[in-house]
Design a protein around this ligand. Structure first.
Ligand code: CP
Length: 336
C-alpha cells in the first residue's frame, strides 16, 4: 500500500499526474473521489493552512474529516516499543493507528521535531509509526519534510511560468533570520522539489552550519543526476540573487547546534540582513517570490516584497487545497 510520506518516494510521473489532477480540481472545485469516506487528521502541532485545506478538501470530495489533537482533545500517544507506559501517554501508536484504520480510509499526520536531538528527530518516528501500524494510506502533513507544500509550490511555479517544464529556471532557496530556531522541513522540501523539477538550484545560507541534513543534500544531488539542472551552495547574497527566476525563503536553526539553541542564537542573530527585500529582488530576472507561510513581515521578507505582484505565496497557499485533494484521491483509488 502506498503512503504519501515524501515526494521522493513517488516517481516523477506520479508527481506530474497529481499536479495535473490538482490543476483540474482548481478549475472544478468539487468531486466525488472520496464519497462516503472518512479521513483522520492527527495534529501534534498547530496549523492554519494545513488543517483548513485538508478539512475542506475532504469535504469538497465527499468525505468527512475528523481532526484529532493528541494530548489536547485525544489521548497522549507513546511511540517507542518496549516502554513501560507509566508516564503521560495513555495509549500506544500500535493501537492508535490500527483503531483509526478501522474507522477511516486515510490518515494525515503533523508532527514537528522535538528540537532536542536531531539524531532522533531525523528518524521521523511519529510519521513512520503511523505508516508502520496503519492499514490505510498515511499522508505527511509536515514532519521533518512538508511534501504537500512541495506540490503546492511546484503547481504555483508552473502556473506562474505558464508551463510544466521548469528546467533552465534559476532557483534560490534562501535562509532568512527568525527570532526562533525553526524546523528545517520546508527547506528540505524546497530543495527536494526544486531539484526534482530540474531547475538550477542554489541553497543560500549564512555559513556551513546552516547546511541541511545530508539526506536532503543527497536527494538534491540524486535528483540533479536523474532530472538534469544543477545544485550548489552559496553564502554570497549578491551572486545567489543575480538573474534568478525564483526566490523561496525559509528560516531554520543550525543543525550542529541542535538542542543547544542558546548557543546558536548569537550566531543566527548576525545574519538579520538575509531578509528578502526590494534591493535583493531587484537583482533577480524579474524573479518570483514565495514562502510557505506563516511569515513574519519585515523579519523574513519586507512588506514591499510580500505586497509585490511577483509574490505568489497566497497562490501557493490556495494550491494546498487542490494538491491535497489530488493526493487523497490518488491514495484512495488504490484501496477502492
Ligand atoms: N504552510 C503551512 O503548513 O501552514 P500551517 O502551518 O498554517 O498549516
Amino acid at each position: 500500500m502506498k503512503h504519501f510520506l515524501n515526494t521522493q518516494d513517488w516517481s516523477r510521473a506520479e508527481i506530474d499526474a497529481v499536479l495535473r489532477e490538482a490543476a483540474d480540481y482548481k478549475r472544478h472545485r468539487f468531486g466525488d473521489a472520496l464519497k462516503g469516506k472518512g479521513v483522520a487528521l492527527v495534529f501534534f502541532n498547530s496549523s492554519l493552512r494545513t488543517r483548513t485545506s485538508f478539512e475542506l478538501g475532504a469535504f469538497q470530495l465527499g468525505a468527512h474529516a475528523v481532526v484529532l489533537q493528541p494530548g489536547k482533545d485525544a489521548w497522549p500517544v507513546e511511540f517507542d516499543l518496549g516502554t513501560v507506559m507509566d508516564g503521560d501517554a495513555e495509549e500506544h501508536i500500535a493501537e492508535v493507528a490500527k483503531v483509526l484504520s478501522r474507522y477511516v480510509d486515510l490518515i494525515g499526520v503533523r508532527a514537528f521535531p522535538k528540537f532536542i536531538d536531531w539524531s532522533i528527530d531525523r528518524q521521523d518516528r511519529v510519521l513512520n509509526g503511523f505508516a508502520r501500524y496503519s492499514t490505510v494510506p498515511v499522508i505527511n502533513m509536515e514532519t521533518i519534510t512538508h511534501p504537500c507544500q512541495e506540490l503546492a509550490h511546484a503547481l504555483a511555479l508552473r502556473e506562474h511560468f505558464g508551463t510544466e517544464d521548469l528546467r533552465g529556471r534559476k532557483y534560490v532557496l534562501t535562509w532568512t533570520w527568525h527570532p526562533k530556531a525553526l524546523n528545517t522541513a520546508v527547506a528540505n522540501s524546497a530543495l527536494t522539489i526544486a531539484t526534482r523539477m530540474g531547475m538550477d538550484v542554489t541553497l543560500l545560507c549564512p555559513t556551513e552550519d546552516y547546511l541541511l541534513d545530508e539526506r536532503y543534500m543527497d536527494w538534491a544531488e540524486r535528483n540533479v543526476a536523474e532530472n538534469g539542472g544543477s545544485f550548489n551552495v552559496s553564502h554570497d547574497i549578491a551572486s545567489a540573487y543575480r538573474d534568478t527566476d525564483v526566490v523561496y525563503a525559509k528560516s531554520w536553526g543550525a543543525l550542529p547546534y541542535f538542542g543547544r539553541w542558546e548557543k546558536e542564537k548569537p550566531i543566527r542573530d548576525q545574519f538579520r540582513h538575509f531578509i528578502v527585500d526590494e534591493e535583493k529582488m531587484a537583482m533577480t530576472r524579474n524573479g518570483v517570490f514565495s514562502h510557505c507561510l506563516p511569515l513574519r513581515r519585515n523579519v523574513k521578507a519586507t512588506d514591499a516584497v510580500m505586497d509585490s505582484p511577483n509574490c505568489i505565496a497566497i497562490e501557493e497557499a490556495e494550491n494546498r487545497l487542490h494538491v491535497q485533494k489530488a493526493v487523497m484521491a490518488t491514495l484512495a483509488r488504490q484501496t477502492d
